[in-house]
Unconditional design. Structure first.
Length: 567
């Protein structure tokens, strides 16, 4: 039943300021008319919804202009990186519908080139080895209002710097003993230009290069040079890298031998309400057991969203609706949920499922009869057809669909009242059965056999229509109801309070005795369903042949659409 047709690439239809800059570069003949982008994730965690914006922009821009987009892992910090993260990132990008083809790179592919470039800068007097501890170097950099202080090692002879850098590479010194710094301008108003670090010592095994290296390049040194080595023309980054751009350009200028230059352009991040985007804090939630792994359906990771039932098309549509700007802002998570509903409404198979079952016995229906009634698979898709749903003497309806003493406008089932069972018959409640504690445990009803299909031949109307499942033919399921992981709109905003204090204690509710029509049993993990009147659901990977586990993706209630309609 799994369908990958939704995993087709989509290109932003709306022009944005980045596309306008690319068009200008093309019109001016820059870089021989090429458009070449890259997506450069760090393999130190799973991708989240914020990364989806960068992925769609990087790959979408290349596709829009007939160019290329690389996938390059920024694997310059071996102490935090893992092959698990590499594999998950590849899977997420493919799931979103994008393909790097044969252009898979790692910063570690260029470690030799970066080392030789660093040696070149040392020989030119533009880099030096600093013996000072990191805290002192940081202190000497000054503040935005106060100039930096030059290191006492800044004017070390070139020969000494070359010798020390070689010995750093050969593992002679312990972690933190020395660093390599660029020699730029300690008085620059831009702190990133104040003799930034290029290399640090780290005796750590790398997931690709093993123990070949014990010095690793810093991000600002590796990033632009890898862009250059790969032939990238447009390096699209989020706004926090805007202040890094002069340094990016400085390093490239030292490396470039012709007119080719990669161009860094910044755009605003995707921030969602009730959502944490810090990879470091998401890692805390995983390691400290607040969630059940990176793919927990409450997590904003793409793997978590996939497991919960979000679709690639819905995420791409969200990015399309939000647009690409340079203005930071907070997007209502209800817009994402709206995009999910909008997509699933067109594609999700309709079924009936009862989450809080109340038994109904139809006393005038044959005891051993199993009758098939026809149900519509998807009213939004005429080609989806119909399915057979078993109808029997004993059924389950939702507890909330019955009230013994209802208010005036309660249109569901109550004593003496007639309602329609979806696709089946009209029934009337005649008797209420309670246990010793006075709880309602069963309803005795009668049905009108002339109303098969949910219509009355005499034209009488009923206002209530209930979903149901057969008590004997349905499948028992564990259903997990997910809510937002945080209780506050911006869990990152308060710096003096632990973000874990904002966690929603009711973000997961597990219902262990639910029932669904047998059609659901045919499904596979990640298959989507709309449980009529209840919401959108999908089958979880924890399911086994003997234990069906289902996640609620989103409810049917669309707060975003309601908000827009009220404007």
């Amino acid at each position: 039943m799994a369908d990958n047709s939704e995993n087709k690439k989509s290109v932003a239809k709306t022009r944005n300021f980045i596309h306008e800059l690319v068009e200008k570069d093309l019109s001016e003949g820059k870089n021989n008319g090429r458009v070449h982008t890259r997506f450069p994730p760090e393999p130190n965690g799973y991708l989240h919804i914020g990364h989806a914006k960068a992925i769609c922009l990087d790959f979408g821009t290349a596709e829009k202009f007939g160019g290329k987009c690389n996938l390059r892992f920024d694997d310059t910090n071996p102490t935090k990186e893992d092959v698990e993260f590499v594999d998950s990132i590849k899977e997420d990008i493919k799931w979103l519908g994008f393909d790097w083809e044969d252009r898979l790179y790692y910063a570690s592919d260029f470690f030799d080139d970066l080392y030789e470039f660093a040696v070149k800068l040392i020989k030119e007097g533009k880099a030096y080895v600093d013996d000072q501890p990191s805290d002192l170097i940081s202190e000497q950099r000054g503040t935005p209002q106060k100039p930096g202080i030059e290191s006492p090692y800044r004017n070390r002879p070139v020969e000494d710097n070359l010798d020390l850098f070689r010995r750093m590479k050969e593992g002679e010194f312990e972690n933190g003993a020395r660093v390599l710094r660029a020699k730029i301008d300690m008085n620059s108003p831009n702190m990133h230009m104040r003799d930034p670090l290029m290399y640090r010592i780290s005796h750590a095994t790398h997931h690709r290069t093993g123990d070949k290296w014990c010095i690793y390049p810093m991000y600002d040194f590796a990033h632009g040079q890898c862009d250059y080595f790969e032939g990238v023309t447009h390096s699209l980054c989020t706004l926090e890298f805007e202040i890094h751009r002069p340094l990016y350009n400085w390093f490239v200028d030292q490396l470039a031998t012709d007119d080719y230059r990669p161009r860094q352009i910044e755009f605003s991040r995707l921030n969602l309400t009730y959502t944490m985007m810090s990879k470091r804090k998401l890692l805390q939630l995983v390691e400290e057991g607040y969630v059940k792994g990176w793919d927990d359906p409450r997590m904003p990771t793409l793997s978590g969203m996939r497991r919960r039932g979000f679709t690639p098309a819905s995420i791409r549509n969200l990015i399309e609706k939000v647009g690409i700007t340079k203005t930071e802002g907070m997007i209502d998570v209800a817009l994402l949920e709206h995009a999910v509903r909008e997509d699933l409404n067109k594609s999700a198979q309709r079924v009936m499922g009862v989450l809080n079952p109340l038994k109904v016995v139809i006393t005038n229906y044959p005891e051993d009869k199993v009758e098939m009634v026809q149900a519509i698979n998807n009213p939004e898709d005429e080609t989806a057809g119909r399915r057979d749903v078993p109808f029997t003497r004993e059924l389950y309806i939702e507890h909330e669909d019955f009230m013994e003493d209802p208010p005036r406008k309660f249109f569901r089932l109550s004593p003496g009242k007639e309602v329609r069972l979806r696709y089946a018959y009209y029934i009337t409640c005649n008797e209420v059965i309670k246990n010793d504690e006075g709880e309602i445990v069963e309803l005795r009803c009668t049905y009108d056999p002339e109303t098969k299909g949910g219509n009355s031949p005499d034209g009488r109307k009923v206002k209530g229509t209930l979903h149901w499942v057969s008590a004997t033919e349905s499948v028992k399921a564990e259903i997990r109801l997910y809510d937002r992981l945080f209780e506050v709109e911006n869990p990152s905003a308060t710096k003096d309070q632990d973000f874990r204090g904002f966690l929603n204690p009711n973000s997961l509710q597990v219902l262990e005795a639910c029932y669904v029509e047998p059609f659901v049993k045919k499904g596979e993990p990640l298959d989507h369903f709309q449980f009529e009147r209840k919401g959108y659901f999908n089958i979880d990977k924890d399911s086994t042949p003997d234990h069906l586990v289902i996640n609620r993706t989103v409810t049917l209630r669309d707060n975003w659409a309601k908000k827009m309609n009220n404007k």
